[in-house]
Design a protein around this ligand. Sequence first.
Ligand SMILES: C[S@@+](CC[C@H](N)C(=O)[O-])C[C@H]1O[C@@H](n2cnc3c(N)ncnc32)[C@H](O)[C@@H]1O
Length: 235
Amino acid sequence: MYEEVIEKYKNTVKGSENLHFNAKHYLTMHSHAVSLSNPTILELGVQSGNSTKLFLNALGDSQKGALVSVDIDNCSGVASSSKWTFIRSDSADVENIVTEAPILKNGIDILFIDSLHTTKHVYKELYGFFPYIKKGGVIFFDDIDSAPYCEGSELDSYYVELENRRILKFINCVFESNMQQLDLTIYRGWTGLGRLDKRSELYSELLPPQSLKIRKSKKFWKIKRSLKKRNLWRW
Ligand SMILES: C[S@@+](CC[C@H](N)C(=O)[O-])C[C@H]1O[C@@H](n2cnc3c(N)ncnc32)[C@H](O)[C@@H]1O
């Protein structure tokens, strides 16, 4: 099913152009989905159904596995499969989505976040669905690399550049305050792909994101250290 979508990415990944990364990121999600025997997948953001078809292909022809896809627009016509449930909803409305697709309460193996790319929205999606992710489950985030949106770059957009950078910073902060239950992988290139692996039990929750206290100037800290050594630092 939808073999042509996978073939397209397999051909593109061999190329040298930017789309190589895009194809690589899609194939990363595909091979993870293929490696699972009976996965429940939740996809936030459908549009023309590229990722929908990719996940349906990964589920294969057996009766096992389910894909639940959510979009604010009516995307019910982009794919067709007995394993597929489309829900028209705001993807941050977790309660409504879980009520419409109760299978999610048994645990999600893959969550793909690719709807409204703002930090506030991604926050609601991640914190809202995290308890439903199984131990060993994976959360993928699309659009976390701002490089192609920088001034003069291929997709030049100050808005997306700044928002993607904020989303990446947010994911890093979530990881830094939840290292006891998460692994983080960042795939660079094109618009990027983030991956959080959950190491804690189903229904465990995320602690709030917290920024580490980062130092900015080597010169300042060098002077501070030398003043402290001489007992001249009073602040
Ligand atoms: C980048 S596209 C999704 C692409 C798709 N995942 C793929 O890889 O082919 C983003 C989608 O998010 C949807 N969207 C935007 N805001 C949303 C929201 N608040 N709730 C749910 N979906 C939303 C848009 O309608 C659009 O179809």
